[in-house]
Design a protein around this ligand. Structure first.
Ligand SMILES: Nc1ncnc2c1ncn2[C@@H]1O[C@H](COP(=O)(O)OS(=O)(=O)O)[C@@H](OP(=O)(O)O)[C@H]1O
Length: 327
């Protein structure tokens, strides 16, 4: 790409960055947004800027915890569960100032590239008072890992059946653009973009597969959870998460119903109906209510045609072959 074609947002970057951006492969997604392929993944200009700032300026701390996911895979839920797990010794669920009653999970666990590092590679992180910092990201594993250097931060990833991800993505996109949820948007360009992997953070298959592999290679530092398993056996999965984060439930907690309390507070039905999530907005724009919809496993069956399902199944079969990864 010619340097004069660099999107406005990126034009103030230093020479080295401009030169890097000009060398990246380019494509456009379903709504005509320009995407850049960086370290194997497609990013729009705003996301790419956040990713580059993050890589340049992030200083990891050993106790950091990073929640990672491909968009629409259960990020909001995992953030809520993690906050509540870590807060449980400090905050009673009944207290009016429980963090989940005061802010949306995305406000409590900020996105690195989408919030903290969007404008600068040196954001002020001193406002995070806790020694244990909780961040989140949708960026690809290699890109994240590079910035973490060799720090022993823990990464928790949540993956989800791609067909449900696509339908969730379609709904949210329409909600955010405040347009009717039109089949035609899904049927035509969005489905095609998704299958080509040319959407922000795509492709979804490479994304999930690379975190999966990392979790197998480095299970002490990368935990891979599945949305479907969280739905099916939430108690067991919450215990796995608590163990991984080094804060397992005590016998007394188990007996006193602490696990159920967390699951209830973080349930879709409960979060969706909290005032803060019915009326609030994130700092960067999206309304809180758009993070909560049906939360059903297999909901895509109600929207994708058998032909569409077959195409996605074929892609997944090919991409996941030999990996042991299934949804
Ligand atoms: N608490 C809870 N429990 C179960 N499911 C939940 C919960 N919160 C959000 N959701 C569902 O997750 C989908 C949104 O995905 P993300 O949270 O990853 O979205 S985002 O990437 O952070 O924008 C979206 O899925 P769909 O309902 O299939 O669209 C949400 O409804």
């Amino acid at each position: 790409m010619d340097e004069t074609e660099i999107p406005k947002k990126l034009q103030n970057e230093d020479e080295e960055t401009i030169s890097l951006i000009s060398s990246l492969p380019l494509d456009v997604d379903f709504d005509g947004t320009k995407l850049f392929k960086y370290q194997g993944y497609w990013y729009n200009d705003k996301t790419l800027q956040g990713v580059l700032h993050f890589q340049r300026g992030f200083e990891p701390k050993d106790m950091d915890i990073i929640i990672a996911s491909f968009p629409k895979s259960g990020t909001t839920w995992l953030k809520a569960l993690t906050v509540d797990l870590l807060e449980r010794s400090k905050q009673k669920h009944s207290s009016d100032d429980h963090p989940l009653l005061l802010d949306n999970p995305h406000g409590l666990v900020p996105f690195l590239e989408l919030r903290l590092f969007t404008e600068t590679s040196k954001p002020d992180l001193t406002t995070i008072s806790s020694s244990l910092r909780l961040f989140s990201t949708h960026m690809g594993f290699q890109t994240l890992r590079e910035a973490l250097k060799n720090s022993p931060c823990k990464i928790v990833y949540v993956g989800r059946n791609m067909k449900d991800v696509l339908v969730s993505f379609w709904y949210t996109n329409c909600a955010q653009l405040k347009i009717e949820v039109e089949r035609s948007i899904l049927d035509s360009i969005m489905f095609e973009s998704f299958c080509r992997g040319v959407i922000n953070y795509g492709s979804s298959w490479e994304h999930v597969l690379n975190y999966w592999r990392a979790s197998l290679e480095d299970s002490k530092y990368v935990l891979f959870l599945k949305y479907e398993e969280l739905k099916k056996e939430p108690r067991d999965q919450l215990n796995i998460l608590a163990e991984f984060l080094g804060c397992p439930f005590t016998v007394e907690e188990e007996e006193s119903g602490s696990v159920e309390e967390i699951l209830d507070l973080c349930s879709l039905g409960n979060l969706k109906n909290l005032e803060i999530n019915k009326t609030g907005k994130t700092l960067k724009g999206p309304e809180h209510k758009n993070f909560f919809r049906e939360g059903e496993v297999g909901d895509s069956k109600n929207y994708l045609t058998p032909e569409m399902e077959k195409i996605i199944d074929m892609i997944i079969e090919e991409k996941f072959r030999g990996s042991d990864l299934k949804f």
